[in-house]
Structures are given as C-alpha cells and as structure tokens.
Ligand binder design. Structure first.
Ligand code: ZN
Length: 295
C-alpha cells in the first residue's frame, strides 16, 4: 500500500433540526482550510419539501460540487425505519425515545414494509429528487440512523449504485454517546471489511460519529478512540471514513468539533509519514474507483 485514503463524510444535509445553511457553509470553509475532500449525504425531502424547493442549500451544494466534493443520497425522508431497523446503540440514544416506542408497537408493520420492491421504489424516489434538483448523477447512498437490512443491499445492487456507506465499524463511538464506561474499542480488521463486499457496489463503512455535540469532558476519550480507529484502518489497508452531522459538529462546545478533526488529521499525517504512506484526502466516489481490494 502506498496511499491511505482519508474520507471525511457529513450526514443530514438539509434536514431541519440537524442542519442549517450557515453551518454547511462553515463546513465548506473548514474543508478548504484543511485541504480535505468530503462526501456530503443529502436528505432528498424534509417535512414533505423536496431539495429542489430549497434554493439556499442548492447554491451551497453546487459550490461544494465545484470545489471537488461528492454529493450523495441520504435516504428519502430520513425516517428511522425507512431502510431497516436501527441498531440498539442508536435506539438507546436519549433523543430516540419516540422511535423506541414506535418500534415496540409497530415492528411487524415496519418489517413488512421493508420488501426489496418497496426499498427500490424509495431509492428511486429520493434519487430522482436529488438528481433533478442538483443536475448531477447520484452514485452513492447512506441510510439514516444506520438502519439497514439485507433487502436494502439487494435493492442498492439492483438500482446500480456505485457505493454504499451505511455500515459502521466502531460501535464504541456510540458507547461514549450512551455514557458507557469503560470504553472498549471493537477490532477493525481487513476480514470484517472484506466480509461486507458481497455485492456489485463497493461497501465503504464509516468508523463512527466522533463529534455529536462534542463537549470538553468527552474530548480526550473520543479522540483516543478516533486515533486508534485510524491506526486500525491504516494497518488493515482500508479507507478511513469518519462521519459527522452538519449542525451537531458545531453545536457542542465552541469550535471543539473542528478542533477535534484538526487534531485527528495531524495524528493521521504523522502516522502515515512514519509508515511511508501518502495520506490522500478523497471522496467516497474516488475511494470506490481508486482503492483496490488487492492493494
Ligand atoms: Zn442522518
């Protein structure tokens, strides 16, 4: 391996409550400063309003595309159960009370709605909204809330997506958010990554969300985890894919989310230098074509 791909990703673009235009513009500024290439997962429809009806976002997203970032699809309406059932660690989060209650009473109906045919139709609906609004082909997908099921992957393959990033590698990131202690990192290995490559599209799993309303008391333990995850990805020869959310990365303690990523990047650069490997900022679309399973 001669290069290590660093794929910064951001979720929930245009999802009210977790995204504002000002926060998205601040992220663009951060990526310019740090010479990062990012993948932006855009919510096609929020509260019934399609992205095409949001001129402010369209302007910023077109600018992001011109700057070399990748735009990809984040679900359809960002419903918890649109693509599967979120894992327990997500449903355990303090703000997921309504989702827990809904699941407790509606599980059979939720599961019945997750047919390949339904999922293909939702994929097409979301993709059409984004492609019409942005004038760009959507090649990548990430499910909201890590909600996945086998039928989703069948549907993504049938619809010809080039990559998916709905899976995750580091559950301990959510242990921190759920207040667990001690934090025990799960192993990240090439075998786990390779086990995900079962379809016609490339699966590029994210590691974890490290900057969800990040506060000073959690900074050190979270940074240690992220650094360890980077080292594990480097050792496994797989792309490093952290995820953040448009507003939450900026609504913890002031500037802490960006400071976190600056410090993480410094760690990544020094590790790569020591290993004699080039650290290459890349979008997930680039990782799909550039990263080779045999490298
Ligand atoms: Zn989301």
């Amino acid at each position: 391996m001669t290069e290590m791909l660093y794929c910064f990703t951001v979720d929930d673009i245009a999802l009210d409550g977790y995204s504002t235009e000002a926060h998205l513009e601040a992220l663009l500024g951060f990526w310019s400063q740090e010479a990062l290439r990012a993948t932006l997962f855009v919510v096609p429809r929020c509260g019934g309003q399609g992205l095409g009806e949001r001129p402010g976002y369209l302007q910023i997203l077109n600018q992001a595309h011109r700057q070399g970032h990748d735009l990809a699809q984040h679900g359809l309406d960002h419903d918890r159960f649109e693509w599967g059932i979120p894992p327990k660690m997500i449903l355990d989060l303090p703000h997921e009370g309504p989702a827990r209650e809904y699941l407790a009473t509606q599980r059979p109906a939720i599961e019945a709605a997750l047919s390949v045919a339904n999922l293909r139709s939702r994929l097409r609906e979301g993709r059409a909204i984004l492609e019409a609004a942005l004038g760009l082909p959507m090649r990548g997908f990430r499910a909201p809330c890590l909600s996945i099921c086998d039928h989703l992957f069948e549907a993504l393959a049938a619809e010809g997506y080039a990559y998916d990033s709905s899976r995750h590698l580091q559950e301990a990131g959510w242990d921190i958010l759920n207040g667990k202690s001690p934090i025990v990192p799960r192993p990240i290995t090439r075998a786990i990554f390779d086990g995900f490559q079962r379809h016609t599209f490339r699966e590029l799993p994210l590691t974890a969300e490290y900057t969800w309303y990040l506060r000073r008391p959690q900074y050190e333990v979270t940074l240690r985890l992220a650094q360890q995850d980077f080292d594990a990805c480097l050792a496994a020869g797989i792309p490093f894919v952290p995820v953040c959310h448009v507003s939450p990365i900026q609504e913890g303690d002031p500037d802490l989310g960006f400071q976190f990523h600056r410090e993480l990047l410094a760690h990544a650069r020094s590790r790569c230098q020591r290993a004699g490997v080039a650290l290459v900022p890349a979008t997930l679309a680039e990782a799909t074509t550039r990263w080779s399973p045999t490298a």
